[in-house]
Design a protein around this ligand. Sequence first.
Ligand code: F6P
Length: 328
Amino acid sequence: MHKISRLAVLTSGGDAPGMNPCIRAVVRTAIYNKLEVTGIRRGYQGLIDDDMYDMGTRSVSNILNLGGTILKTARCLPFRTDEGMETAYQNLKKHGIDALVVIGGDGTFTGALRFSQKYPDIAVMGVPGTIDNDLCGTTYTLGFDTATNTVIEAIDKIRDTADAHDRLFFVEVMGRDSGAIALRAGISCGAEAILLPEKETAIPDLIENLKGGQYNKKSSSIVIVAEGDKNGGAYDIAKLVQKEVKFYDVKVTILGHLQRGGSPSAFDRILGSRMGFAAVNALIAGKNQMMVGLEANHIKLTSLEKALNQTEFRLEEDLIKMAEILSI
Ligand code: F6P
């Protein structure tokens, strides 16, 4: 176990509300424990470009309420190469950095794990920061709660106008490989159907379902489509359905990146604070190549390898079934 004296923090991949409270917790917990802290801008890109700065307690003042990330973020292809990793390593050594907290999703953790296997003298600790809620070893990822609430607020408004006009709306939400937002938002807004990347929905079944809604005198219908659904995007699906469902006027709304912005919810501020605090304490305790998660309201460490194991990750079948029943 090597003793840490300078720790660096970065955010990488898609930003998520709650990243800033987490950065604040990392910086202040480290300083409380007499460690020096470096902030790296634009994720792994900043590591390669040597874009870093010293952080103090005041450099994270008044950021709890801010969406996005004060450290900025990027999806960095050069970090996937040996040359990119070597440059990043040399920059870390130059600044005397011996531990790294990475806040991000699966792509971020894949990079962190590879890097740390290649350069074992740099300890790494992951914090799950992604609105997608798709990592093993944590019930919630940072940003998922805020993003879901943002989606709910938007769909409630869509429901008003859909109902006023007797319309069928297809609302596309984020989640290239993850239906977590779609499912929670669908339950919360009483969607008539929820299309998830993890579970194939046959279009004829969807049409039957919507016809049933008309028979049951529903004045509007909302279908939530996670962007990674195998049938295509919301526009493609709407076209197929409109051919068969004449009784509704069909409209499409793509919520897009507004789902990633906004002030973090209380839940995400507390989660970010807890996870940042725990990440630094875990590094001080000599832990490495792990992710900080929250399970049964307790902080739990999971190996990065396990966190990335998608075969262990399952969307809750019981919630899917419940959503179907409650929307009859
Ligand atoms: O990973 C989070 C996420 O918001 C996904 O849900 C979405 O598919 C993706 O990022 C979009 O990425 P970008 O902002 O790079 O287009």
